[in-house]
Design a protein around this ligand. Structure first.
Ligand code: ADP
Ligand code: ADP
Ligand code: ZN
Length: 235
C-alpha cells in the first residue's frame, strides 16, 4: 500500500491510498448517506478495493456482534430484527473506539453511520467529515433491491439475484462462503426500515448540505457508471 502525503488547505494529512494520480486531492473522511438498499455497501466496497479506504460499516459490525453473542450483539439484536435503530449511545461508543484505533489520516468510508443527528454531532466532535455522499434511489426500487439481496457472512460482499449476480447463486465470488438472505431483508421489515430512514436519517442530507459537504448522486443504473460519479465526487 502506498502512503501519500496530501496537503489540505489547513493541515497536512497522511492518506492511505493505493492509486497515484488522484491521491493528492482525495477526500479522506467520507460518509455514505442514502436509504437502505441505495448501494452504500456496493460503492463503499469498490472504493475500498480501488483506493485502500478503510470501510466502517456499523451494520456489518453489529451483525458480527450478534453472531458472536457479545454484549453489544445481545443488546442490538431486537432492534435490528424489527428494522429499528440501535440506541445512539451504543453506536456512538462503538464508533468512537473504532475510529480512535486507526492512525490519524487514514482514509475512512463510513457506511450506515451516522444515522441520526446525534450520531453526526458525535462524529463531528471526533473528526472532520470531508464529504457526505448521498445516493438517491426511490422506494420501490429499494424494496426490489433489498428483498433480492444476498450477503456474504464472511467478507460482507453483497450481491443481487438479478442485478448483480454471483457466478454461482449460492456462493460468494470473493471468498467462497455460502451466501444468505438477511432476516431484515424480508419485505415487511424492509418497509419499516425505509420509514425509520425517513424519520431519523433523511434530515442528515440537510445537515451536511448546510455544512457545504453534501454531494448527491443518482443511485439508479449501472453500478460501474455510478462508481464513476462517486470517484469524481471524492476528488
Ligand atoms: P446499502 O448498503 O445501501 O443497503 P447495498 O450496496 O447492499 O445497499 O445494495 C442493496 C442491493 O442492491 C444489493 O443486492 C446490491 O447488489 C444491489 N445494488 C447495488 N447497487 C445497485 C445498482 N446500481 N443497480 C441495481 N442493484 C444494485
Ligand atoms: P443497510 O445496509 O440495509 O442500510 P445496515 O446493515 O447498515 O443496513 O444496518 C442494519 C441494521 O443495523 C439497521 O436496521 C439498524 O438496526 C442497525 N444499525 C446499523 N447502523 C446503525 C446506526 N448507525 N445507528 C443505529 N442502528 C444502526
Ligand atoms: Zn465473501
Amino acid at each position: 500500500m502506498t502512503v501519500r502525503l496530501a496537503r489540505a488547505t489547513t493541515k497536512v494529512r497522511v492518506v492511505f491510498l493505493k492509486t497515484e494520480p488522484m491521491a493528492v486531492r482525495m477526500k479522506t473522511k467520507i460518509v455514505l448517506l442514502g436509504p437502505p438498499g441505495s448501494g452504500k455497501g456496493t460503492q463503499g466496497e469498490k472504493l475500498s478495493e480501488e483506493f485502500g479506504y478503510v470501510r466502517m460499516s456499523t451494520g456489518d459490525m453489529l451483525r458480527e456482534a450478534v453472531r458472536k453473542g457479545t454484549d453489544l450483539g445481545i443488546k442490538a439484536k431486537g432492534y435490528m430484527d424489527s428494522g429499528a435503530l440501535v440506541p445512539n449511545d451504543l453506536i456512538i461508543n462503538l464508533m468512537k473506539e473504532k475510529i480512535a484505533s486507526l492512525a490519524e489520516g487514514t482514509g475512512i468510508i463510513f457506511d450506515g453511520f451516522p444515522r441520526t443527528v446525534e450520531q453526526a454531532d458525535a462524529l463531528g466532535e471526533q473528526i472532520d467529515v470531508d464529504l457526505a455522499l448521498n445516493l438517491d434511489v426511490d422506494d420501490e426500487e429499494l424494496v426490489k433491491r433489498l428483498t433480492m439481496r444476498r450477503s456474504c457472512p464472511q467478507c460482507n460482499a453483497v450481491y443481487h439475484l438479478l442485478y448483480n449476480k454471483p457466478q454461482n447463486e449460492r456462493f460468494c465470488d470473493k471468498c467462497g462462503s455460502v451466501l444468505y438472505q438477511r432476516d431484515d431483508d424480508k419485505e415487511d421489515t424492509v418497509r419499516n426500515r425505509l420509514k425509520v430512514y425517513r424519520e431519523n436519517t433523511f434530515p442528515l442530507i440537510d445537515y451536511y448540505d448546510k455544512k457545504g459537504k453534501l454531494v448527491t448522486i443518482q443511485g439508479v443504473g449501472d453500478i460501474n457508471e455510478i462508481f464513476d460519479k462517486v470517484k469524481k465526487a471524492i476528488q
